[in-house]
Design a protein around this ligand. Structure first.
Ligand SMILES: [Zn+2]
Length: 50
């Protein structure tokens, strides 16, 4: 699998306890990824921002 190029197949989305959007994906070879999107970066109201 020297030149294996991972193909990230979307496995769906979920939301963490802190409201972050988490994208799950995996390749046929068994590799998995989780990509976390910060809770809406464009959100103007962010009372807990520090
Ligand atoms: Zn792969």
């Amino acid at each position: 699998m020297a030149d294996h190029v991972h193909v990230r197949l979307s496995q769906g989305l979920s939301v963490s306890e802190t409201g972050e959007l988490i994208e799950h994906s995996r390749c046929r070879c068994g590799a998995t990824w989780t990509k976390v999107y910060e809770a809406d970066g464009g959100e103007p109201e962010h009372p807990t921002w520090s």
